[in-house]
Design a protein around this ligand. Structure first.
Ligand SMILES: NC(=O)c1ccc[n+]([C@@H]2O[C@H](COP(=O)([O-])OP(=O)(O)OC[C@H]3O[C@@H](n4cnc5c(N)ncnc54)[C@H](OP(=O)(O)O)[C@@H]3O)[C@@H](O)[C@H]2O)c1
Length: 323
């Protein structure tokens, strides 16, 4: 039974903690917050034995084997490094880091300490995404040509909150735009050859809404849009020469549709969880097998994804004050 610690007690920490009930080979052992009160309340809610004030106190607990980093983007680097240096395996929320140089250093420290680091790209472990890849590999939509992806919601403008605050590496791109990049990167299995992007910036100088056009080897194209000021349909369509695959709310991939010249097929994931248990099981499996890198989300993939995010930020002029 792998003993897990959680760093941060916000929105996504609650969801992953709730999904631990579906994981048979791991359990929540500790939680850390900036405040003892929040750590205690989270621990009570999920029946977690240890509640720490201060992330460093969780890092110092020798019984914690794996740590889930569920803090704002600006904190991923420091908290991950602290856990890796204390020999904990780390599952770090997306984006793995704020930029590629941070990501490379995190990977270097994971290797140096011979521990696992996994970029929490949870969608790629979901049964719906595996079904999509199976349909594509079987050639059911023919030769891949185009992918459209959108991801957006209307959030309150809270300038100190993590979405609008540049000091927390806010903006649409790193929060949800990453999914609109991840999907074409994953399906085309390549970095784009060329990328163009336009964004509308907030008064706080983070991107509120952005559009990205990418061209991939073989003349393939992806169009991605995201926003934190607009309720988008949040769907993705993968087009090939013989048909297409629709994935509504594709980061959750609960339902996927295939419509091709030859057949129509529908797949629905029957999971009861939010879907975060799949990435947790990947971490548990790797730890039990003594592995320090996932072959699904390899370090190379994490680095390339960060490079695409960096290039997009370059195009829209999104630079954070601490960079
Ligand atoms: N995979 C997904 O589906 C998904 C969904 C949503 C978010 N995320 C990712 O998960 C991470 C956290 O997002 P979230 O929505 O859970 O955020 P959130 O609700 O704001 O929670 C973040 C937590 O981080 C801690 N924290 C540390 N430093 C902080 C600071 N300076 N300001 C505010 N909080 C700070 C806080 O916990 P303590 O006060 O207890 O220390 C806070 O509760 C982000 O990387 C985000 O992109 C992933």
């Amino acid at each position: 039974m792998i003993k897990w610690g959680i760093v941060g007690t916000g929105n996504i920490a609650h969801k992953l903690a709730s999904d631990m009930q579906y994981v048979s080979d791991g359990s929540l052992y500790a939680v850390a917050s900036r405040s003892q009160h929040k750590a205690d309340s989270f621990a009570r809610e999920f029946g977690i034995p240890k509640a720490y004030e201060g992330y460093e106190n969780l890092a110092a607990d020798p019984d914690v084997q794996a740590v889930y980093i569920a803090t704002p983007h600006s904190d991923h680097y420091a908290s991950t490094l602290m856990m890796l240096r204390n020999k904990k395996a780390v599952l770090c929320e997306k984006p793995l880091a704020v930029n590629v140089s941070q990501a490379k250093e995190m990977i270097r420290v994971a290797r140096e300490n011979n521990v696992l680091l996994l970029d929490a790209l949870w969608s790629v472990f979901l049964p719906g995404m595996l079904k999509v890849q199976e349909w594509i590999s079987a050639g059911l939509i023919g030769e891949l040509k185009l992918i459209t992806s959108e991801c957006g919601f209307t959030s309150d403008v809270i300038t100190e909150g993590r979405l609008y605050n540049p000091h927390l590496a806010g903006g649409a791109l790193l929060d949800i735009g990453i999914y609109t990049i991840l999907l074409p990167y994953w399906i085309f299995n390549s970095k784009p050859e060329r990328l163009e992007s336009l964004a509308k910036m907030t008064d706080t100088q983070v991107d509120e809404q952005s559009g990205i056009l990418m061209s991939f080897p073989g003349g393939r194209i992806a169009q991605s849009i995201s926003g934190i000021n607009v309720p988008l349909k949040n769907s993705s369509t993968i087009y090939g020469t013989k048909g297409y695959i629709d994935i509504p709310e594709y980061w959750k991939a609960e339902k996927v549709w295939l419509k091709s010249e030859d057949k129509e097929e529908y797949f629905e994931d029957s999971r009861s969880s939010w879907g975060y248990d799949f990435e947790v099981r990947e971490v548990n499996r790797l730890i039990q097998e003594g592995k320090t890198e996932s072959s699904v989300v390899s370090y190379q993939k994490s680095i390339e994804l960060m490079e695409i995010l960096d290039e997009t930020r370059d195009k829209i002029g999104l630079k954070y004050p601490f960079e």
